[in-house]
Design a protein around this ligand. Structure first.
Ligand code: PMP
Length: 307
């Protein structure tokens, strides 16, 4: 699985450096304690032969909000980080790909108070195909409800995309993979459905679409986009609590995320979901999403930042 990512240049602390020189000291604070924030962004080739980053201002905004929640002050403006995303694509010759901005605390003092250690920023771009597999996008994937609980709402600051929070996601993801599934679905501390390890979750029942409220899940940018697209199509979407057994009796379940895009789920905990294949509403939203990112639907052109 997964070849080593390799490219030409990485944006680090305000300048482009050769790929293999983007290194950090072992006393990098974030490496020890996990206080860092990041984003995942995709750039798509559009039908007219150009390239566009999907919802770039929203991703940059969330990066700064994540930092703010964590009392980290990013020493660059939003404009500079935005340009770094675009430059990372250009400098690596990528017409499409995934972009990872990361703000982390550098070396200096140790201990839980990072004090005046510098906040450093890297932006890395690379080519990335379908996160949950080409086949999964068509057939649907198999999930298990994780034995790990999503952090309590007052432990995980859910509006932030914080590095350390992802230990919980990694535990759930690896457990699911070791058990022969493709992805993990996590319940929150009250037992309600939260989200997948790195995706938001939607269920469809009797034609109505439902997703857990954003209170204790990441306010996904793909989630918001899919909700808007669905409502524009006249579909009913509500943000309401979802129980574990609602997953089992749903007609359709799908996941959304920058990496996972819109991925159907065909089975959960050995229960077939609906007809056991990608459902019609999932397919309609998936098609609509791919039309939007490829610039085929002018209505959502405001979501595209052309490179
Ligand atoms: N939940 C979690 C835990 C995630 O890591 C992600 C990926 N960023 C998402 C949901 C989906 O968010 P987005 O659509 O903004 O990528």
């Amino acid at each position: 699985m997964g070849a080593r990512i390799q490219g030409e240049r990485i944006w680090l602390d305000g300048r482009m450096v050769p790929w293999d020189e983007a290194r950090v000291h072992v006393l990098t604070h974030t490496l020890h304690y996990g206080l860092g924030v990041f984003e995942g962004i995709r750039c798509y080739r559009t039908d007219d032969g150009r390239s566009a980053v999907f919802r770039l201002p929203e991703h940059v905004r969330r990066l700064f909000e994540s930092a703010h929640i964590n009392l980290m002050s990013i020493p660059f403006s939003r404009e500079v980080v935005t340009q770094a995303v675009i430059d990372s694509l250009r400098e690596n010759g990528l017409a499409e790909g995934y972009i990872r901005p990361l703000a982390f605390i550098g070396d200096g003092v140790m201990g839980l108070n990072p004090a005046d250690n510098p906040v450093r920023v890297a932006v890395v771009a690379w080519a990335w195909g379908k996160y949950l597999g080409e086949e999964g996008m068509e057939r649907g994937i198999r999930c298990r409800v994780s034995s790990f609980t999503r952090h309590h709402v007052n432990a995980k600051m859910a509006k932030g995309k914080t590095c350390g929070d992802y230990v919980n996601s990694i535990l759930a993801k690896r457990e699911a993979l070791l058990d022969g599934y493709d992805e993990a679905i996590l319940l929150d501390a009250t037992g309600l459905v939260a989200e997948a390890s790195g995706e938001n979750l939607f269920v469809v029942r009797e034609g109505e679409i439902k997703t857990p409220p954003a209170a204790n899940v990441l306010e996904g940018i793909t989630r918001a986009s899919v909700i808007e697209i669905a409502r524009d199509k006249g579909m009913t979407v509500s943000e309401a609590p979802i129980t574990r057994d609602e997953l089992y009796v749903a007609d359709e379940v799908f996941l959304t995320g920058t990496a996972a895009e819109v991925t159907p789920v065909r089975e959960i905990d050995h229960r077939q979901v609906g007809a056991g294949r990608r459902g019609p509403i999932t397919k309609a939203l998936q098609d609509a999403f791919f039309d939007v990112v490829a610039g085929r639907n002018r209505k959502y052109d405001r979501w595209l930042s052309y490179v």
